[in-house]
Ligand binder design. Structure first.
Ligand SMILES: CC(C)(COP(=O)(O)OP(=O)(O)OC[C@H]1O[C@@H](n2cnc3c(N)ncnc32)[C@H](O)[C@@H]1O)[C@@H](O)C(=O)NCCC(=O)NCCS
Ligand SMILES: Nc1ncnc2c1ncn2[C@@H]1O[C@H](COP(=O)(O)OP(=O)(O)OP(=O)(O)O)[C@@H](O)[C@H]1O
Length: 194
């Protein structure tokens, strides 16, 4: 079974692309979403996050995501710490999940593969690329957030030039591009490789 890493900068449309692969039958591991879950359900991880960022980072048993985002996207060292706690747990969880799948290929959708060296875990890497202005406009609409907050996250991610260099395949997701035919073609490529 092939393991595919599907990534893209914030707001590029990687979750949207992953949903299309899912419609074609590919099992998808949504790493951001699963990380959120594990930060609640994995007792040891939770304890380590509390030890590192203080007990108040969980309020009424819920992670204060806004507070944590404010810390980690404004302080590189803090981001490294949270990544160092969360990512090993997600890696293990992904491999357990992948073993249970029965399909020609599985996909991990994750915002950060190149930033953390995770890309070595995959047979092929796919990046979703969209124009910066469109990403910002989509995020402002989706999250009702500020350009400043979006840019703080972008700074924690590699730029599209590096993504293009390191990826095996690119999915273009600008307003004049059609994702569906690109994904149907890529699904065929992966199935032929098995
Ligand atoms: C800081 C947190 C609480 C903010 O939560 P929030 O609900 O606002 O964002 P969410 O998790 O949905 O992520 C939204 C987007 O932010 C960006 N982002 C999230 N984590 C990171 C990171 N570690 N590095 C760079 N960008 C990131 C991505 O583009 C992602 O798609 C959360 O992102 C977090 O815990 N991040 C660290 C753990 C992690 O790396 N998770 C994701 C990959 S496994
Ligand atoms: N081609 C497109 N045209 C218009 N809107 C789009 C397009 N692709 C994605 N969107 C919208 O843009 C927003 C961001 O897309 P999506 O959530 O898939 O991105 P993402 O890369 O997973 O973002 P994040 O890094 O925040 O998780 C969503 O509201 C989505 O519906």
């Amino acid at each position: 079974m092939l393991k595919i890493g599907l990534t893209g900068g914030i707001g590029s449309g990687k979750t949207t692309a992953a949903r299309v692969f899912e419609m074609l039958g590919a099992p998808i591991y949504f790493a951001d979403a699963r990380a959120k879950e594990l930060m609640h359900t994995d007792e040891l991880l939770r304890k380590k996050i509390q030890e590192t960022f203080g007990d108040q980072i969980y309020k009424a048993q819920q992670l204060d995501r806004k507070a944590l985002a404010k810390i980690v996207f404004n302080d590189e060292k803090a981001l490294e710490k949270v990544n160092g706690l969360v990512h090993p747990v997600v890696r293990k969880d992904f491999h357990n999940w992948a073993q249970q799948q029965d399909a020609p290929y599985v996909i991990e959708e994750s915002a950060i593969l190149f930033e953390t060296g995770l890309y070595i875990d995959f047979d092929y890497l796919v990046s979703v690329i969209s124009p910066m202005e469109e990403r910002i406009a989509r995020l402002q609409e989706r999250d009702n957030t500020t350009v400043e907050k979006i840019e703080a996250r972008m700074k924690a991610q590699v730029n599209d030039e590096i993504r293009k260099e390191k990826s095996d395949y690119i999915l273009k997701n600008g307003k004049d591009d059609l994702l569906l035919p690109q994904i149907i073609a890529l699904d065929k490529v992966f199935k032929e490789k098995v």
